[in-house]
Design a protein around this ligand. Structure first.
Ligand code: GLU
Length: 415
């Protein structure tokens, strides 16, 4: 069977209308073929669907910023990075020369001034080459293949990087970093000139959306905490001065780049990317934005759409006669998190004290998150305190270490 998902991507691309202009402030980007159009989608298990000019390579530009930010966070921890670069939407354009008046930090790592300060945080004691290599290999780990710098794009951008140089001097003057501003802008510009295609970008976005594990290589690239921090900042600041409009309208944590790409990552679900070089007035790919709008609308991908309410976590409660009275057996189902574990506790509350056994059947439970695990174990501990022997059937081992508080374990029904 031919994948309907690839056909859908094709259809979405065909339905877009082009407009705007190719970026020209970086002379090499003005050479891009404006008709190029491609999209890719990477799933949580690392399957990549792609359509259009999927072989087209282009420089990553600002779409490198979330990943460089992730590398800085991984190296120094969130608090230290926060001392240097904030997480507030600036409402300004991507190259605005602004530092927070109260603490002299760039507002966020997604605008150029913040991205330059962030780049300087990567291997701060290293040489420019060492830092470049760390960035290149770090972004390669997100992509799952070795990325290389498009030298022509680098050469072209660095020749005209006066604005970014002025931003670097501004950060340097506010003690944002200690290195030579020229070196930092060179390194930042090389970071932006890394060459990618839509598949790379979809995998990179999914790595963030998968809590920091590359779904294709299955290697951990950054911690789950770092991935969450990066997606949060993308949510608020990824689309520059159109971030509010984007979040309400599309609702996918995203980042655009001046080469014409847009990436988005929906936690636990998909990594998305689109490439089409003509940009709107804010600097976003015109067709890229349209594709994301359709994804959001037609595939139910707005982050804040309420998910279906949890199914009944307690599938059945049965009573069987035992010599100690009527045993209560609770069969649970589905993924257990706070809201479903609360349903379980509510049923436990109805069990009167006594010495009849309480059995828990987890054979239809798919997962416990840490909160649900704690809640259910606490419920079992209290039932035992009320006198009940606790029996557990967990054939798939979804409830790790079912310790009832004092090191004692429930009696296994599946052992
Ligand atoms: N390298 C570009 C710059 O610093 C990135 C801007 C963008 O992609 O939005 O101007």
């Amino acid at each position: 069977m031919r994948s309907p998902i690839e056909d859908y991507l094709q259809e979405v691309l065909a339905g877009t209308e082009d407009g705007g202009e190719v970026a020209s402030y970086i002379p090499e980007l003005a050479q891009a073929d404006p008709e190029r159009l491609a999209a890719a989608l990477c799933t949580a298990d690392g399957t990549v669907y792609a359509a259009g000019d999927t072989a087209a390579r282009f420089s990553i530009q600002s779409m490198s910023k979330p990943f460089a930010y992730a590398l800085a966070l991984e190296e120094h921890g969130i608090d230290r990075v926060l001392q240097k670069v904030g997480v507030e939407p600036s409402g300004d354009s991507f190259n605005s020369a602004s530092l927070d008046p109260s603490d002299q930090r760039p507002d966020n790592p997604m605008i150029n001034i913040g991205a330059i300060a962030t780049h300087a945080l990567i291997l701060p004691e290293g040489s420019r080459d060492e830092r470049d290599e760390r960035v290149r290999l770090g972004l390669s780990a997100f992509a799952g293949r070795e990325l290389a710098v498009e030298e022509a794009v680098y050469a072209s951008e660095i020749e005209t990087a006066f604005r970014n140089l002025s931003l670097a001097y501004l950060v340097r003057s506010a003690d944002g970093f200690g290195q030579d501003p020229h070196e930092i802008v060179e390194g930042y510009t090389r970071q932006c000139a890394l060459s990618v295609d839509v598949r790379d970008l979809a995998v990179m976005a999914m790595t963030l959306a998968a809590g920091g594990v590359n779904p294709v290589t299955t290697k951990r690239v950054v911690s789950a905490e770092v991935a969450q921090q990066v997606l949060s900042v993308m949510t608020m600041c990824g689309m520059y001065d159109a971030a509010g409009d984007w979040m309400t309208h599309v609702g996918i944590p995203a980042k655009s780049g001046v080469s014409g790409g847009v990436i988005g990552g929906l936690p636990g679900q998909v990594g998305l990317s689109v490439f089409s070089p003509r940009l709107d007035r804010v600097g976003h790919s015109v067709r890229g934005v349209q594709v994301f709008e359709r994804f959001s609308r037609e595939m139910g991908m707005h982050l804040l759409t309420s998910p279906p309410l949890s199914v009944d976590a307690v599938r059945s409660i049965t009573r069987t006669e035992t010599d100690r009275g009527q045993q209560r057996s609770f069969a649970l189902q589905g993924p257990l998190r706070f809201s479903s574990a609360e349903q379980v506790l509510r049923q436990f509350e109805r069990v009167t004290p006594g010495d009849f056994p309480v059995a828990l059947d987890l054979s239809r439970v798919t997962s416990f998150d840490p909160v649900a695990r704690r809640m259910v174990l606490e419920g079992l501990r209290r039932l035992r305190e009320d006198g009940h022997p606790i029996l557990l059937a967990d054939p798939k081992g979804v409830l790790p270490e079912p310790d009832l508080g004092d090191g004692s374990l429930p009696e296994r029904l599946d052992a």
